[in-house]
Ligand binder design. Structure first.
Ligand code: DX5
Ligand code: ZN
Length: 219
């Protein structure tokens, strides 16, 4: 299986964001995870399409935009223009989930649906066949540096089964509390794409941290 590591800029030094994204690209990251919070859907406020557009020319890494905003539809074209490769959203933040998925794809981006720890898998029943990515939250969204919720492990395994039954490539990303010492277990449960904020940006040596994570993914 191909594994992907996606550093979340939420834990980067925002005063040196350009240098930080270049540094994680040079350190071997596969994607750049871009957390967008609106102080409404989640109790925190981060960055929008202007910052995404400013970072885009600095890296070749695909930008993996995680929208924690409500309503979500009107900001999607803005992120597509700003260079997002993947746009994921929470079903609770959309009035019409199928319409939002279509909107992301019409904008030429890959579409992802994000499930909070308490969001049931039934929201994949009529959506999975249109999705490029399922993002399972292993913390409640809003903040970096929280502890991985082990209760999400069986949920990862259930989504893996659903994707395998589908017989088409859908990435299974896990976000929240991912570190070198739990990444192998999360991969064994069925994840292939790993968001890590504090574990990477909180480390002294980004390349050594990403190398360590990747080494543990030989499962
Ligand atoms: C939380 C964000 C995560 C967060 C991950 O709402 O979606 O991407 O930055 O940070 P860590 O890896 O520190 O849990
Ligand atoms: Zn995220």
């Amino acid at each position: 299986m191909a594994f992907r590591i996606a550093p979340s800029i939420l834990s980067a030094d925002f005063a040196r964001l350009g240098e930080e994204v270049r540094a994680v690209e040079a350190a071997g990251a596969d994607l750049l995870h871009f957390d967008v919070m609106d102080n409404h859907y989640v109790p925190n406020l981060t960055v929008g399409p202007l910052v995404c557009a400013a970072l885009k020319p600095l890296v070749r890494l695909p930008i993996d935009v995680h929208l924690m905003v409500k309503p979500v539809d009107r900001i999607i074209p803005e992120f597509a223009k700003a260079g997002a490769a993947i746009i994921s959203f929470h079903p609770e933040a959309s009035e019409h989930v199928d319409r939002t998925i279509s909107l992301i794809k019409e904008q030429g981006c890959k579409a992802g649906l994000v499930l909070n720890p308490a969001t049931p898998l039934s929201c994949l029943d009529h959506t999975l066949d249109k999705l490029d990515l399922v993002l399972l939250m292993s913390v409640n969204p809003g903040f970096g540096g929280q502890q991985f919720m082990r209760a999400v492990l069986p949920k990862i395994a259930d989504v893996r089964k659903r994707i395998d039954r589908l017989g088409r490539e859908v990435w299974l990303e896990v976000d929240g509390g991912v570190k070198a010492d739990n990444i192998a277990e999360i991969a064994r449960a069925g994840a292939d794409t790993f968001v890590a904020g504090s574990a990477i940006f909180g480390a002294k040596d980004y390349a050594a941290t990403i190398r360590d994570m990747r080494a543990r993914l030989v499962i």
